[in-house]
Design a protein around this ligand. Structure first.
Ligand SMILES: O=C(O)CCC(=O)C(=O)O
Ligand SMILES: [Fe+2]
Length: 363
């Protein structure tokens, strides 16, 4: 009998095999296909709403007016979109470049080399090199391979499973994680103030320096012979508190905003930041966790580096903070641990293909 969890092939191998049509497991359902277009054409289009760009230059400025303006813009973008391009974020260009070069060099290794780092999802080992398992009745798959591992705090990392080749992978990724952690503190502080809370409140509520965990996922999207039929990442909201994303300047990310899919532009030297479900819950829905997905294309490999900042799985109960709740604004989310929230989402999805955690589906 074929196991329903049969390992799926590496998409990279499939892409290189010379096929002109993709296996049916990668073909999206009929209804969803209507919304999948050519990502290059869509990135060029200036029609309609655009993902906001937020300049963080003045985030800690002594000039009160400048600082307040920066905080207000960040807050508004988090309330209106829940996703934004951050510029002047303070992470040096050279460091970002080292992270990208190291990730790219790892993925340029032969698949046999990368398989040495393969994860074993069925055994519960999610860290390492992997591809999506066909874990529902439809057998639906995504057009990507990935590398996933914990990058912060240092004592929670398992360096033995990090790529040893290229040699700069560990130093570059470690330093980047440290700097993203510091950036997360700054952003959380602005979001706390934006809710009328003490600056360090959200940070504390999601575990602080000790318990907030950063997970890196390098998404590797090979060229796809039928990009109009597939998705690199299916529509989802991130469960994290915040997510920070770098990419190789190939378009792919789309956001579901006011009933339409909006394509994110490639903004030089920016980091894309998502508000995830965790901050949406704590803020009682004032900050949004936006539905998003990744398209693929025929011409260029796309790579993205997502860092998910996550609360501990069991230790904290996530619920709207009392200060965000009133008679007029009752709690929109029931109390759940992070683990329960993830489980609830998976359950909802497998039980009802048209519902994504109560949010509008992608089609
Ligand atoms: O590749 C991207 O830009 C987005 C990936 C993503 O949404 C994710 O890894 O959660
Ligand atoms: Fe995501």
């Amino acid at each position: 009998m074929v196991s329903p969890m049969a390992p799926s092939p590496r998409v990279e191998i499939l892409a290189r095999s010379g096929i002109n049509t993709i296996p049916k497991e990668y073909v999206r359902p009929e209804e969803e296909l209507k919304s999948i277009g050519d990502i290059f054409a869509e990135e060029k289009s200036m029609d309609g709403p655009q993902v906001p760009t937020i300049d963080l230059e003045a985030i800690n400025s002594d000039d009160e007016e400048m600082r307040k303006k920066c905080h207000e813009e960040l807050k508004q973008a988090a309330m209106e979109w829940g996703v934004m391009h951050l510029i002047n974020h303070g992470i040096p260009k050279e460091l970002v470049n080292r992270v990208k070069v190291a990730g790219r060099e790892f993925f340029e290794l032969p698949v046999e080399e990368k398989e040495k780092y393969a994860n074993d999802q069925e055994a519960g080992n999610v860290q390492g090199y992997g591809s999506k398992l066909a874990n529902n009745a439809s057998g639906q798959l995504e057009w990507e391979d990935y590398f996933f591992h914990c990058v912060f705090p240092e004592e929670k990392r398992d360096l033995s499973i990090w790529p040893k080749n290229p040699a700069d992978y560990i130093p570059a990724t470690s330093e980047y994680a440290k700097q993203i952690r510091a950036l997360a503190t700054k952003v959380l502080s602005v979001l706390s103030l934006g809710l009328g809370l003490e600056h360090d409140r959200l940070e504390k509520e999601i575990g602080g320096m000790e318990d907030l965990t950063l997970q890196m996922k390098i998404n590797y999207y090979p060229k796809c012979p039928q990009p109009e039929l597939a998705l690199g990442v299916e529509a989802h909201t991130d469960v994290s508190a915040l997510t920070f994303i770098l990419h190789n300047m190939v378009p792919g990310l789309q956001l579901f905003y006011k009933g339409n899919w909006v394509t994110a532009k490639c903004v030089p030297n920016s980091i894309i930041m998502h508000v995830g479900d965790t901050v949406e819950i704590l803020s009682n829905g004032r900050y949004k966790s936006i539905l998003h997905r990744g398209l693929v294309n025929k011409e260029k490999v796309r790579v993205s580096w997502a860092v998910f900042c996550e609360p501990p799985k069991e230790k904290i109960i996530l619920r709207p903070l009392p200060e965000t709740v009133s008679e007029a604004e009752p709690p929109c989310f029931p109390p759940r641990t992070f683990a329960q929230h993830i489980k609830h989402k998976l359950f909802k999805k497998s039980g009802d293909e048209d519902s994504l955690d109560g949010k509008k589906s992608s089609h």
